[in-house]
Ligand binder design. Sequence first.
Ligand code: HEM
Ligand SMILES: *[C@@H]1O[C@H](CO)[C@@H](O)[C@H](O)[C@H]1NC(C)=O
Ligand SMILES: *[C@@H]1O[C@H](CO)[C@@H](O)[C@H](O)[C@H]1NC(C)=O
Ligand SMILES: *[C@@H]1O[C@H](CO)[C@@H](O)[C@H](O)[C@H]1NC(C)=O
Length: 402
Amino acid sequence: MKLLAILAFAYATYAFPAASRSKLTETLNERRTLNDLRIRQSDSDPVAVVDGLTQIPDDDHPFMAPGPTDQRGPCPGLNALANHGYLPRNGIVTQADIVSGTAAGFNMGGDLSEFLALIGIAYDGDLITEKFSIGGPDSRTSLLGSLQNILGVEGGLDHHGPFEADASATRDDAFFGDDHTMQPNLYAQMKSIAAQYGGLYNLDAMKDLQLLRYQQSIEMNPTFYFMPVSGPLIVGAKAFISEFFSNGTYGAGGVPNEASISAFFGAELLPNGSFTAVPERFPDNWYRRGTPFGLVEAIGQILDFISSKNLAFGANAGAVNSFVPLDLAAATNVNGLACIIRDAIQGNIPSSVEQPIDLVEQAISSLVGLVDPLFDDFGCPAFNASETQAYNAINQINSGNS
Ligand code: HEM
Ligand SMILES: *[C@@H]1O[C@H](CO)[C@@H](O)[C@H](O)[C@H]1NC(C)=O
Ligand SMILES: *[C@@H]1O[C@H](CO)[C@@H](O)[C@H](O)[C@H]1NC(C)=O
Ligand SMILES: *[C@@H]1O[C@H](CO)[C@@H](O)[C@H](O)[C@H]1NC(C)=O
């Protein structure tokens, strides 16, 4: 309860300016209308329109299963990229690797990939080398190599915290142990929802899935936590399934079909009808989306998911079905939600400091400096130092130092 009280304070004292509809919000709405007009395929006979699109992978990026020391983790997108060499095959990555790899493989917008990579570095990686592991902790991320273990462990994306979240599509909540391996029964559950939409993993299906996983976490996970930063991001990851894994451009003739989705999730169908986990890969005969999907689109989708399914932010208070909602009143438009996410990130960098303090101070201010410009167009108010203090208090409580 103490944690929630502080969070409530942090947001209650935070006044957003009257919702200014930025040009970006308008652009987003225009694009949506355009996309609606372009959807021509019927659910019963969906044939992807891929004219002019790029087939992925190219000859330089063949599939190779990861070796024993290669890191793979909770993100099927990054795992697939690494299995094809669009990211370093060892799974130890820099921001530059992420930006170029996600653009080449999936046409992810540079602002979105920079943003996600920054979170990976700040929460799960090394502030100084700016490397993180896309799986478990790994001394190769650290400037100090194995010496780092004395100072503290950089968790990698497997690390449950500000990034890895509860209510994933195909991964169990960290409370149940393994938060990063694809669970065949969860894949089958997702598939059964897609079946209600003609077998398509479209946005409506993914919204139903998000609501179901949210309810399951409330009912089964006493530690369920759904707050910025990780909460909105786990919602965004559901939209990624339709938007990035679709064969062709989603909303413009693309089809998020079983062949595509199962390959990306590494879900192999066995003769008896159940699934087993295999390394993620690009499907055969697959075409990357033609238009970039960036930060504005991602935050727009997150807001759409949250509002259409009434997903309240909050957390279970140590028991199942004890959800305490927290009213983030400002999360009603794209700009408001964007600013909440930005502030939560800045207030939280880094979640644990385990490195020489002078180097870290420099690294933090340079990271915070990199986050701000990404959010320029959302018209966020200047970052409020009192919030930093609130978040610092939260971090202390989280790490048992209070
Ligand atoms: C750009 C850098 C990226 C980073 C740092 C990143 C990181 C992550 C992390 C930490 C998770 C775990 C969330 C959780 O289960 O709690 C995740 C999940 C996910 N990511 Fe990524 N990701 C990135 C890019 C992508 C891309 C390009 C795609 C798709 C092409 C993608 C698709 C997904 C999906 C679908 C999930 C959800 C898996 C599930 O819930 O079963 N991600 N990502
Ligand atoms: C920062 O927060 C304090 C309350 O903690 C509030 O009085 C002040 O107006 C806020 N400043 C800005 C710029 O939002
Ligand atoms: C993608 O669409 C193209 C064109 O319709 C088709 O030939 C190809 O088989 C599809 N690939 C997948 C994985 O469904
Ligand atoms: C399906 O087959 C696999 C592999 O042979 C086996 O491990 C699994 O238990 C079977 N599942 C069911 C429901 O029979």
